[in-house]
Design a protein around this ligand. Structure first.
Ligand SMILES: C[S@@+](CC[C@H](N)C(=O)[O-])C[C@H]1O[C@@H](n2cnc3c(N)ncnc32)[C@H](O)[C@@H]1O
Length: 250
């Protein structure tokens, strides 16, 4: 009964979104997967998948087809062990904030990683050190400014688990890691990029999120907030965003 009700509310929320311009409906993570990474990933690349854990960005077959070398760096050895066989050519169990890179990456992927890192400043220095001159870091991150991020920081883990996973069981596979969102705003990460001499060569902002779609009145209220917030602070109001950063060639 409750499930059917929530399903109907999600459907209504999607219908409501059709009233808004398309840019408010674009899913950030999907855009990262389908448009951003394919645009920059090249044959024979050495790729560092940071925080790839049990869900490496490239499937083993894709990796082979591209002749890519993929190095998985993750703080959690269990996550790395759960990754599909052959997806990583090398696994490194390390906190990215403490990792010393040796400038051998063509591409660094950080998909839904930085919100879980406490010392994002140190993580940025590590990412810069991992990249070859001319190498690219492709970052996808939920913004600290999003309402769901604020709630995520406020609610105790047990409450989150019962509410969130009750409503969105599919999110259980991807989430459940503690999140801090330190510096995770467009302005915060661009400042860290500049401090590490990484040039921002592309930035994409997204205003879609399904968290409040379980009850249409809450969804509409959240949507009105997003529209107002966007009108006031532009891209700082994004729910999620991507940055493409490049290490200069000297
Ligand atoms: C939400 S999962 C993202 C997994 C995958 N990138 C994806 O998008 O599906 C976050 C991952 O980051 C890892 N992680 C969290 N903090 C980290 C840190 N400081 N250094 C390296 N990895 C970390 C976690 O162990 C986990 O595998």
């Amino acid at each position: 009964m409750i499930r059917t009700f929530i399903k109907s509310q999600k459907w209504l929320s999607r219908k409501f979104d059709l009233l808004l311009p398309a840019k408010y409906r674009r899913d950030g993570n999907r855009d990262y997967i389908e448009a951003v990474v394919p645009k920059y990933l090249a044959h024979d690349d050495t790729v560092y998948d940071i925080g790839g854990g049990k869900r490496p960005f490239l499937a083993t077959e894709q990796k082979r087809a591209l002749n890519a070398t993929v190095i998985g760096v993750d703080i959690d050895p269990v996550e790395l062990d759960l990754a599909p066989r052959g997806a990583y050519d090398k696994k490194i169990c390390a906190d990215i904030a403490l990792f010393s890179g040796n400038q051998d990456a063509d591409l660094v992927l950080c998909q839904a990683l930085l919100e879980h890192v406490e010392n994002v400043e140190a993580a940025f220095a590590s990412i810069a050190a991992i990249l070859k001159p001319g190498g690219l870091a492709l970052i996808f991150v939920p913004s600290r400014n999003a309402v769901f991020a604020r709630l995520n920081m406020l609610l105790p883990h047990s409450v989150k688990q019962s509410i969130l996973y009750g409503i969105f069981p599919e999110k259980q596979k991807k989430q459940g890691f503690p999140a801090f969102y330190n510096s995770c705003t467009p302005a915060g990460l661009k400042k860290l990029a500049a401090a590490n001499e990484l040039a921002v060569i592309e930035e994409r902002y997204y205003y879609a999120s399904s968290y409040f779609s379980f009850f249409l009145p809450v969804y509409v209220a959240w949507r009105l907030w997003v529209l107002l917030f966007h009108a006031l602070v532009r891209e700082q109001a994004a729910e999620t965003f991507c940055l493409v950063l490049q290490k200069p060639v000297r």
